[in-house]
Design a protein around this ligand. Sequence first.
Ligand code: PMV
Length: 320
Amino acid sequence: MMATAVAHPNIALVKYWGKRDTALNLPAVPSLSLTLDGFSTTTTVTWDAPRDTVVFNGVRADEETTRKVAAVLDLVAPNRPPVGVVSDNDFPSAAGLASSSSGFSALVVAAAAAAGRSLSIEQLSVLARRGSGSACRSLWGGFVEWTLGERADGTDSHGVPVAPVDHWDVVMVVAIVSGKKKAVGSTSGMEASRATSPYYDAWVRTAPGRVDVGRSAVLARDLQALGEVMEASTFEMHALMHTTRPPIIYWQPATVACLHAVRRLRDEGIGAYATMDAGPNVKVLCLRSDAAAVARALREHVEDVRIAKPGGGVSVRIEP
Ligand code: PMV
């Protein structure tokens, strides 16, 4: 059977950086995210293909990606047949735009449908987490929390919806500083931070409180409270990266220019707040009514600026 799923990436408002179990991708910290419209991954899975193949953006995937995909497919159905995967992103991959979050959530949903397995959305979220931690949040649209869970096997560490896609008229204005593949992947970066940053323990200790503040701010539609906790979490995560040995520096000059532009917007009275992930791109949270002004300010520093509204969860169709 064949199935096609479409998923959107999510951007963390309160960040995930650090694992308590690397094999199971169990987080050391809880996190909170917003799923974005406007960017998407479309993945078609053919169950019972002549052999395992993964084609990613029109090109045969490298060995590491193929291995990761195969490992997740093995979890969807042990003793599976060979499977064909064709996946396309309509935005830059592996550049801190959360392409792994849409990629693995689309993969598990398409694979489960093609395999004829009916799994709950929480079970799908757990499987997506095994491919890439942040992917477990993309099963839902809108605002989503990824809870730590308590079980050793990780079956209770998955996404939990906080507020639906139409809850609040906020947008993320995305300044694409670079679409190039990041130099340090998130898994090796997190491990290096855990092993070498003197600030790692403080990061782990304070993260749950940040998620509590973020969740309340989302539910109260309080942009200032959410923006402030998002910036605090972002800069703490990057401080952790910068104090890793050797330091992990994702920022480019234009990243810093965008950060200053966001500060200036706030000085002018516009509620705009910045976040960054494992890459140089800057995403700015603001009300939809301020999106054009924010995009204009960012375009002074970066050519490619896009406005993304909150997006929905994963959709899937069985191919005839
Ligand atoms: O789940 P991964 O391996 O793609 O790591 C995501 C890490 C950050 O994007 C930096 C933060 C987050 O919570 O998404």
